[in-house]
Design a protein around this ligand. Structure first.
Ligand SMILES: Cc1ncc(COP(=O)(O)O)c(C=O)c1O
Length: 390
């Protein structure tokens, strides 16, 4: 198999671009014309994989899906309008009333809301466990559990969950494992190779890399499941990606490896700087040798990514002063962009978590999350230093 950077640039495109164009066109069309009724019958019954309607399929989307499937070592992929469209569709596609889903205690805020607020309305139960503790996972499993869902590294406390061990336990009990691989990107981690059944991404983040697209994607090893997800859920819920966004994501993918290498290089320097700073209480970054799950990260990832969370001495007031004093780093949600972005998860992306439960979930009101960008590392560090002086 060719290397990651080669696949990120070429996978799926050979001989597929019309008029010998180097880059794929954007098929900006809602519908496709049938040659005659016989052709329509063949396409509608999946005897032919020609196109019908962009909510079901489109050549620009198909190229993006095929490329993502190759990068994640899956058999197929489904593109969605957003990461949340991918996550909610996958979760709903694998559960029915009276089933239970187990999720890790820290999750992106909207994923937490889907599990704790939407699923119970359809009589689907959930259990929250610390999945870094395998005993806790085993104790939570009963006959009703059908899905285990987690992010690794998790948002925002960077917990690392042992994908291989969780998948082995799940497989022996017929439970599906779904991993949100947004923080690592397919460059640093491939959960399907470690035994997971489905991988989801907010493509809005590193896959895009430029902060100009909202998109999502789900990848699986089982093509029948991909077909079921696409035509039973994506198509029916209707959260389809636009061809223009698929085209921008294909463009972003070409530099994914290059960007991830630089993101990580900068992040390691920033993490070391923070760790040694007298005004910082603690730093959460899987690449630090004293990080609690550093060894598992080393084993299952090819790199540690570029998201760091940390505590400034002095609690919430100091954290607010620090964030408000930054000049280069910008206060914003999202991550994985060229720009360094900073935020306070408890006040912004994880606002939906009940306040009284923050500590239980490993979050504090003063936790700062930084998505280390691609600016010169010395400039990022100088900015952090001047803000810490405030
Ligand atoms: C880990 C993770 N998963 C999913 C999402 C949701 O993605 P989107 O905003 O593309 O719907 C986010 C958004 O920040 C995220 O951080």
């Amino acid at each position: 198999m060719t290397g990651f950077d080669t696949r990120a640039i070429h996978a799926g495109s050979k001989g597929n671009n019309p008029s010998n164009s180097l880059n794929p066109p954007i098929f900006q069309t809602s519908t496709f014309v049938f040659n005659n009724i016989d052709h329509a019958n063949k396409v509608m019954s999946f005897e032919s994989d020609d196109y019908v309607y962009t909510r079901g399929n489109n050549p620009t989307l198909r190229l993006f899906e095929n490329r993502m499937a190759e990068l994640e070592h899956g058999a197929g992929a489904v593109a969605f309008a957003s990461g949340m469209a991918a996550i909610s569709s996958v979760i709903f596609s694998l559960l029915k009333p009276a089933d239970t889903i187990i999720v890790h205690k820290t999750l992106y805020g909207s994923s937490y809301s889907v599990v704790t607020e939407l699923l119970p309305k359809y009589n689907v139960n959930y259990k929250i466990a610390d999945l870094t503790n395998i005993d806790e996972l085993e104790n939570a499993i009963d006959e009703s559990v059908k899905v285990i869902y987690f992010e690794t590294p998790s948002n925002p406390d960077l917990s690392i969950i042992d994908i291989k061990t969780v998948s082995e336990i799940a497989k022996s009990k017929g439970i599906k494992v779904v991993v949100d691989n947004t923080f690592a990107s397919p460059y640093f981690q491939n959960p399907l190779l470690l035994g997971a059944d489905v991988v989801v991404h907010s493509a809005t983040k590193y896959i895009c890399g430029h902060g100009d697209v909202v998109g999502g994607v789900a990848i699986a090893k089982d093509l029948d499941y991909i077909h079921h997800l696409k035509f039973g859920y994506m198509c029916e819920f209707g959260g389809v990606m636009s061809p223009f966004n698929a085209w921008l994501l294909l463009r972003g993918l070409k530099t994914l490896g290059l960007r991830m290498r630089q993101h990580e290089k900068n992040a390691i320097e920033v993490a070391e700087f923070l760790k040694n700073h007298s005004r910082i209480d603690s730093v959460m970054y899987p690449g630090l040798s004293d990080f609690k799950e550093h060894n598992i990260a080393k084993e299952q990832m090819n790199g540690f990514g570029a998201i760091i969370s940390f505590e400034v001495k002095g609690g919430l007031d100091s954290a607010i002063k620090f964030v408000d004093s930054l000049k280069l780093a910008q206060l914003a949600v999202s991550l994985g962009d060229c720009e360094t972005l900073v935020q306070l998860p408890a006040a912004i992306t994880h606002r939906g978590y009940p306040r009284e439960k923050l500590a239980e979930f490993g979050l504090t009101e003063s936790m700062v999350r930084i998505s280390v960008g691609l600016e010169d590392s010395k400039d990022i560090i100088e900015d952090l230093e001047q803000a810490l002086k405030q």
